[in-house]
Write a protein that binds this ligand. Structure first.
Ligand SMILES: Cc1cn([C@H]2C[C@H](O)[C@@H](COP(=O)(O)OP(=O)(O)O[C@H]3O[C@@H](C)C(=O)[C@@H](O)[C@H]3O)O2)c(=O)[nH]c1=O
Length: 189
């Protein structure tokens, strides 16, 4: 597993080694023991898989508030996305900044997002399958969203906002400046 830091502390790009042979390839997409040795001791509680029919589908920006906050490990099984993590940890030097990484079935990259971040993605190809692990199970009472296209966040999604495919919930999400973060820097390692 190649483990690379990003511009924001706590967010990592993981790229599993692919063992190729005449049939195709094999990868360990997560190995608990190896990742523990590398300092990542994550206790996964739920695996999610979403499929988006159209390119230009946006899901986000989402979070689960403490005490049900979730770290996530995101990867793409088919197609491609731009995956985005926004630092929502009050007191963080990078509060309000984001990391945006292209994840695809072809490049095999995974984005590790700790608690305290908003998460969202836009699909770059039709029929894109995204799989992600979460450290807590879903809790609708703690679930929330912030507007994906908020000008204060200035995320370059590479998509025309008028043409983006969105859920009703995401279309109605509050602006960053009108939202109070429930996350504090140092709440959890
Ligand atoms: C998130 C979630 C949704 N659902 C249900 C609720 C609803 O009927 C349907 C679709 O839910 P949503 O519209 O929230 O799905 P979606 O917009 O794909 O939400 C997801 O977006 C990405 C970016 C994340 O980071 C996830 O944590 C999650 O928030 O699935 C579950 O049963 N379990 C879950 O864990």
């Amino acid at each position: 597993m190649q483990i690379e830091p990003t511009a924001i502390e706590g967010v990592w790009i993981l790229t599993p080694r692919r063992h190729a042979d005449a049939r195709g390839w094999f990868e360990e997409s997560w190995n608990r023991d190896r990742m523990r040795e590398a300092g990542f001791d994550l206790d996964w509680a739920q695996d999610n898989h979403s499929m988006s029919i159209a390119a230009g589908t946006v899901r986000g920006l989402h979070y689960q508030a403490p005490p049900r906050a979730q770290a996530k490990l995101v990867r793409v099984l088919a197609g491609a996305i731009l995956d985005v993590a926004v630092d929502a940890r009050e007191g963080s030097p990078s509060f309000g900044a984001h990391v945006a990484v292209e994840l695809s079935a072809a490049n095999g990259r995974q984005l590790l997002i700790p608690e305290g971040f908003l998460h969202g993605f836009v699909t770059r190809e039709p029929m894109t399958h995204v799989a992600y692990k979460c450290t807590d199970t879903w809790s609708p009472a703690h679930d929330g969203a912030v507007a994906w296209d908020d000008p204060d966040l200035a995320i370059d999604w590479g998509v025309d906002p008028a043409a983006a495919h969105l859920s009703d919930k995401d279309r109605a999400a509050p602006r960053w400046r009108d939202w109070t973060t429930p996350f504090r820097m140092g709440d959890r390692p």
